[in-house]
Each structure stands twice: as C-alpha cells, then as structure tokens.
Design a protein around this ligand. Structure first.
Ligand SMILES: [Zn+2]
Length: 418
C-alpha cells in the first residue's frame, strides 16, 4: 500500500481532471451563432445588419460583415465595441453603383473559429435624376423692360427633391429645399438683351437642370402702355396723356390687323387684339381709348391706367390704404407703409406672359399687383397674420370689391370680377 498506491490515486485524479477540462473545451464551447439580417438601401449607401445570438462560450474577438459584388465577398468590415446578444449590429457601406448586385454575410469570431450567417444579396436600383420644368414664363419670350416676370419652376423625383436653385445668367437668385421655386424678377433695372434662366434640382445624388431664354426689350412703341406698370421705384411724377386717341380714320376696328377676339370679362367687355410675341398682345386702340382711363391713386399719388368701370373701386381701395392703420407687433402703423411696390394695372398680355395661356385680366385694366417681389406665392393667414398683402386684402381691397389671387398662389394680385 503505501506510496505506490497513493501515487496511483493522484495520477488517477489528475487524469480525471484533465479529461473533464478537455471535454468541456471540446464539447461545451463552440463557435458563435450569428445571422445575416436585413439591408436598408438609400441612394448609394446600404446599411447591413446582423445579429449575434450566442457567443459560443468564449469571448468574441472580432465580428462584422464580408461583402462584395460576387459571392467571393472580397471586402471585410470589422466592428468593435460591446456586443449585445440578440440585437442588430450594423455597418453602412457607401459609393455603391446603380444596377449592381451586392452580396453580404455577417460573421463573428471566437477562439473556436469563425461563424457565418447566410449570404444575402441586394441590387442597387437605378436612381433617375429629378425632372425640372419651368412653368412660367414660357421659353423664348420677349419681356418689355420694367415688367415683373413671375418665374415658377418645379421638379419631381422618384425619391425626393432636396434642393432647387434658380440662376439668371449664372447668378444665383433663389434657393429652396423643396420641389418648387418661385421668384419675381423685376426687369426694371436690367439692360435690354438676352437672358438665360436656369433652374436646377437635386435629389442628393443627381441633379438636373432646365434652361430657358428670355429677351428683355425696351420697346418704345409700348412705353405708352406699360409705363404705369413699372415698379413704384420708377417715379412717375407728372400725369401724362398715355392713352392712344383714335383718329377719325381708324375709328372702327381693323379686324385684319386685330384678328383675335378676347373673352367677355363681365361688365368690362371684350376687345379685338393681336399677339405680338413673347406673350404680349396689342389691343385694338379704339377699345383702349374708350375704356382705359388714367387715375391718380390716393395716398401713393401715382398715375395708373385702369378700366373706366374699375376706377371707383381702385380709388376706394387706395382711399382705405391712405387713411387706414393696422397694428403689427403692438405698434400702430399706416396701411400706406405696407405698400412697397405696385405693378401691372393695365398691361396687355397673356397670363404669365405665356402665349399658350389665356389673357391676363391685367389686359382689361382690372387688376393690380402689390409687393410683387415676395408675393408670387400663397400666404397662409394663420401663419403670417402680419403679412402686408393679407392685411391690405382685409382692410382695403376686399371692402373695395376686389378678389385676391391668394387662392391660386398669387398673393400679389388683386382684381375685380364683375
Ligand atoms: Zn397680377
């Protein structure tokens, strides 16, 4: 007994212990358990997701994704940091190409080896650029200097239009972060000549542009008719006789010269006219002589041409403006201070100077544009209770019988309908 026997016991116990540890390390630890999960694709980026369900009983030393354009998966992205079991981990890969199929699989490594999830794939779809259109003015139009050109552009995209910009002769004029853009271009200070109007739209990856050409002319023949439509900053200090007087010889409409007949605009009548290009028209001078009168607007003391049947309404509206006040931010201010510019009472033209549209009511001298620069748009009275054009509508134009163009996003425009 004795020593030999004792040694055998010690050796036996050791063998047992070694066996237990070996069995544990061989059979009770394993590679991790990992799944390849979803992918979220946005433009040229994809976020890959994976989930580690089990560590395998050993510390995970490395995990991430293998990916590539073939099942060879030649790219690898490693992640570090805490691993939360049963929660997604993700990485974003960038610069992906349209129309290409990508493969990916999640992996996790511990001392026992590397475990993989399934190989999954996705194809990056073609991303069309936005489509831009300039809805106003029409291309190749000629504008008489001094008019305010309403530029309206819009863009659509399969995803989302993120930005639009407007350039006139490559000078940036306006920027929006939506799919529509409006700008009132006052041509009063512009040199006559050709102008390039460019609207661009981007979806974050691709951009598109639309270009139209506009000619500004200083048409002396028309100065008599459009002088009163120039901005208020161009002071007209003396009343001038601007209405053409028909001579006895042309007292009746020359229908070969003025072949087109307008609609009947209520009590304001109708007239013969001809198109003179660029969305402008020339109205039978006899109708002008019989219907268009020059009046002095109270308060702002400017001379404008209006229809004779609209005269009283214009005088009334501007009398309200001359005498009225309103409270803005706790301060009482005269209504007159809300009028920065007036444009376009009698202007012979199509809607938006676009020859394919109908005739503007400005052609009858029944409309006026106030504060054109920032009011070719809709004014929401709930959000902008202090908007000058809204206040002028409530306090002057509505009581004087005008309607307001705000319902069709032309809040500068007040006109008489009757
Ligand atoms: Zn107008």
């Amino acid at each position: 007994m004795s020593k030999r026997f004792s040694l055998s016991i010690v050796i036996g116990v050791l063998i047992l212990l070694i066996s237990v540890f070996s069995i544990k390390s061989v059979y009770l630890t394993a590679r991790p358990t990992v799944d390849t999960a979803q992918v979220h694709i946005k433009e040229d980026r994809a976020t890959l997701e994976g989930i580690i369900h089990k560590t395998g009983g050993k510390e995970i030393t490395r995990y991430g994704f293998r990916w590539g354009t073939s099942q060879g998966l030649d790219q690898e992205e490693n992640l570090s940091g805490t691993i939360n079991l049963n929660q997604d981990f993700s990485i974003t890969i960038k610069g992906l190409k349209e129309g290409v199929t990508y493969y990916y699989r999640a992996f996790a490594v511990n001392a026992k080896g590397t475990a993989y999830g399934d190989i999954k794939s996705f194809t990056v779809k073609y991303n069309p650029p936005p489509v831009v259109s300039i809805t106003s003015p029409g291309d190749s139009m000629t504008i008489t200097r001094g008019e305010v050109v309403k530029i309206a552009a819009s863009a659509t995209d399969d995803n989302k239009v993120k930005a639009m910009e407007l350039y006139i002769n490559n000078i940036a004029k306006k920027k929006t972060d939506s799919g529509s853009l409006n700008y009132s271009w006052n041509t009063g200070g512009m040199e006559p000549g050709k102008y390039v109007i460019k609207a661009t739209a981007g979806d974050g990856v691709k951009t598109d542009e639309k270009i139209i050409n506009i000619t500004i002319k200083d048409d002396l023949k028309k100065v008599a008719q459009v002088a009163v439509s120039s901005p208020a900053t161009n002071k007209i200090s003396t009343p001038t006789k601007t209405v053409p007087t028909p001579s006895r010889g042309v007292n009746y409409t020359n229908k070969s010269k003025y072949p087109r007949l307008s609609k009947i605009n209520g009590s304001f009548g109708q007239f013969y006219y001809r198109d003179t290009g660029g969305g402008t028209i020339e109205i039978d001078p006899r109708w002008i002589a019989e219907n268009i009168v020059t009046i002095k607007l109270p308060g702002i003391n400017r001379y404008v041409q209006v229809h004779k049947n609209a005269k009283d309404n214009f005088i009334q509206a501007f009398t309200y403006i001359k005498n009225g006040t309103t409270v803005i931010n706790g301060r009482r201010v005269p209504l007159l201070s809300l009028v920065e510019t007036i444009d376009g009472t009698f202007v012979s033209r199509h809607v938006n100077w676009n020859p394919s549209k109908g005739l503007s009511n400005h052609s009858w001298g029944t409309a006026i544009d106030i504060n054109a620069d920032n009011h070719f748009r809709y004014v929401n009275p709930n959000w902008e209770p202090d908007d000058p054009n809204y206040i002028l509508w409530v306090k002057a134009f509505r009581p004087a019988g005008f309607s307001w163009g705000n319902s069709y996003s032309d809040s500068m425009h007040y006109e008489l309908l009757k």
